[in-house]
Design a protein around this ligand. Sequence first.
Ligand code: 6R9
Length: 651
Amino acid sequence: MIEHMDEIYPPSPEFVAQAKVDAKKYEEWYAASVADPEAFWGEHGKRLDWIKPYTKVKNTTFAYPDVSIKWFEDGVLNAAANCIDRHLEKRGDQTAIIWEPDDPNAEARHITYRELHEEVCKFANVLKGLGIGKGDRVVIYLPMIPEAAYAMLACARIGAIHSVVFAGFSPEALGSRIDDCGAKLVITADEAPRGGRITPLKANADEARKHHGDHVKCLVVERTGADVPMVEGQDFSYSKLRAEASAECPPEPMGAEDPLFILYTSGSTGKPKGVLHTTGGYLVYASMTHEYTFDYHDGDIFWCTADVGWVTGHSYIVYGPLANGATTLMFEGVPTYPDAGRFWAVIDKHKVNQFYTAPTAIRALMGKGLEYVEPYDLSSLKVLGTVGEPINPEAWIWYHKHIGKERCPIVDTWWQTETGGHMITPLPGAIPTKPGSATKPFFGVQPVVLDPQTGEEITSIEAEGVLCIKDSWPGQMRTVFGDHKRFVETYFSQYKGYYFSGDGCRRDADGYYWITGRVDDVLNVSGHRMGTAEIESALVAHPKVAEAAVVGFPHPVKGQGIYCYVTLMAGEEYTDELREELRQWVRKEIGPIATPDYIQWAPGLPKTRSGKIMRRILRKIAENDFSNLGDTSTLADPSVVEELIQNRMNR
Ligand code: 6R9
């Protein structure tokens, strides 16, 4: 047993007394949500403002191959109106977004709901002026600036479908996303300052459009004011168009099942998938999970440190908090700039009440020492959250002790791009936590543990296997953009009748869930999802590389690191220069987050006789564990294993 894993941390009586959901209410609501989903969600769907109320609630089936998911299907609403307009009367002067810039000496901004309304309407009119309308796809490639939220909400307001691409992605990765979704417009900035360094976003967008869709227009937000080349009739300055734009823009009435956004995410095979979320169900789910998982009360200051390029930023910086009329903090920088105390400084500066970050950040800051935490008060904090990967108990305890001062419940939220919002998470006033466990399902979520071999549900309380979900919830993705078959095959074909998450898990005697990590070829590096196949195809795109196999290995800060085995074209020589060249090559092809930690030269790769690479063996070798390689007799050439081990030891 790992230290602390069997400890239980109940919320304090003071916390429970003020919490929106206590243990009794959780049990009651959860039971009701699975007994009669129609009635439960029919009631909670009313948390939004509907232009035309729904009369149908749930129309879903996981039956292979006829998977179909519809929620609130005859309802009509607008997501931006729900995030802005409906709050104007009561909280027009309340801050909607606090923006904390990269440079700690530059001034933070407070944008009220009224200002947000004006900015989003102007942005929406600029988009209309560029010919964007309902159903058109718009790629957003922006730094963490308020305009990123304006752009998303402006799309939602006019019914355009946004696809935000993380500003750390390379031109190549941006270009393939522009292509895949058939975007009409890319919104970018001149440059992005982050951690004191500058990324040339407009130049990246130009590079991306050279290879993919050079007909795609580009709208450029001025962030640093740098002089960037602008092509007449093709590139447009946002500040110029904004100055002429009207601040009136009626929200487009949208069907609940009309698409809201596409977000690309990695799977175990092929290129990233365009996960499609629709309007009604997604917004109900994002706002409800935001309120209850974080026990958000009116007037609280909420801070999620994710980038809007990930689903966490969509649901818990923009849509969830704003639908709830919250004050959401948006941070442009990184946790270690100007020093490892930045998060804590920002919490004190803006009196943050709920703080939501990734385990990798906690581990990195923990490693810098307590002298970066001690100067700060942190007494505004009420709830802490984690997301993106399993949290190791040591990091959990550190977070609990030094940041939460043993006073704040920690919500370890398990969910995915595909799920739209939290799926397994403690509700902080209801569920005692255990370090490293995501604990119990959110309302309406029915997790099951399947035997990976038989596909049978394990019905005993204690169980270990693959994590699937038995029935639909409103925040579920509806399809893969442009490829419904891929959606059905990826999530519903392996275990018929269930949504397959791709994660493994254990359920303990108290019915708590412990996520054990991916069971497919997806890596989780610093909370970022990456398919081994993507990195492999980047490597083999290099002229000197013949074959590549990529696996993960345990990394103390990043959770998992990237370990590559590479065979070269005949006649090419293995050198340190080439190794560095390949590292830089992958960086350039995908982005810095995909930079390999290790590249090992491999004269051959271990394959079955049918030519399948035996990753299990490569993982063991990467982990330096040569004792348990299992059965290697089915290999086409068992001697390659010995060679790989020798190379590993000499690395
Ligand atoms: C929200 C988000 C999803 C994958 C998921 C799982 C891992 C996320 C986790 C967690 C353990 C948690 N994951 N939260 N593992 N505990 N609390 O991260 O979405 O980028 O799509 O990644 O991340 O492996 O399958 P996404």
